[in-house]
Design a binder for this molecule. Sequence first.
Ligand SMILES: [Zn+2]
Ligand SMILES: [Zn+2]
Length: 252
Amino acid sequence: MDYKVEAIDEHTWMIEEYDEAVSCYMYLLEGSEKALLIDTGMGQIPLGEIVEGLTKLPVEVLNTHAHIDHIGGNSLFEKVYLHEKEREVYRLHSGGFHNYFPQYAYHAARDNIIWYTGEPEMDLGGRCLQILLTPGHSEGSVCILDKERKWLFSGDTCCKAAVLLALDFSETVAVYRQSLQKLLEYKDDYVLTWPGHHSVPVVPEIIEQFRDAADLLLAGKERGENQKTQFGESLLFRYKDIMIDYREDRLR
Ligand SMILES: [Zn+2]
Ligand SMILES: [Zn+2]
C-alpha cells in the first residue's frame, strides 16, 4: 500500500494509507509533552518511521475501535489505548481475520494494549482530548473531541458514507441512535469532524442526518433495501448524504 501525509495544522497531521481496495485515515496530534496517533490503519506502511519524521515527542496510540483497518500497525508502538468493550473484536481482528485480506502482510498482536473503561480525558500537554464512548459500529467504538481546536475524530461512527451496523459485534440501530444523541449534546464543542474513511473533513451536520435516518428506521417510517455484501445480508437505507447498513432483527 502507499501513503500520503497532510498537515492539518502545525501540530496535527493526517496520514492516509491506501491502495485500489482500501483507504484509511490516521491522525497524529501533538501536544507539548507527547503525541497521540489515532488509529494505525492496515499496517502496510512504515508507520513508526513516518510518525518519527513528524514529531520528536513520545507517541502513544488510541484506536477508535478494533477493526482490522484501524489496528494493523499497533504492534509498531509501545502503548496502545483501546476501550475494554473492544476486547472480543480485537481478539478476532488481530488474529485470524486477516484471512479476509490475504493480499496484506500480517503483524501478530503483542502485549501493548492498555484497556481503559469509561470516557477518560487525555492531556497531551496543553492539548486536552475527551474520549466519548459511541457504541454502534462496534460495542466499544469511540470518538475523540479535541477541545481547543473544536474537532471531532469520529472513526467509523460518522463517515460521509454508510455506517455499518450489520457486522458481528455491531450494536442495534437504537443503541447507535443514543450515541448520535450524545455527540449532538456536545455539538457546540466541534466545528469539523475527521472520520476514518471517505471525505475529510466532514461538517457536523452529518451527525444530525444519521440521527434523523435512525429515527425514521426506528419509527418504521422507512426501511432499507436488501443487499448482500462480503459481510452477509443486510439492509441499506440511503438518506441525504449518508447511509445506514443494518439488520432488520437488530433495530432494537
Ligand atoms: Zn470499523
Ligand atoms: Zn474502518
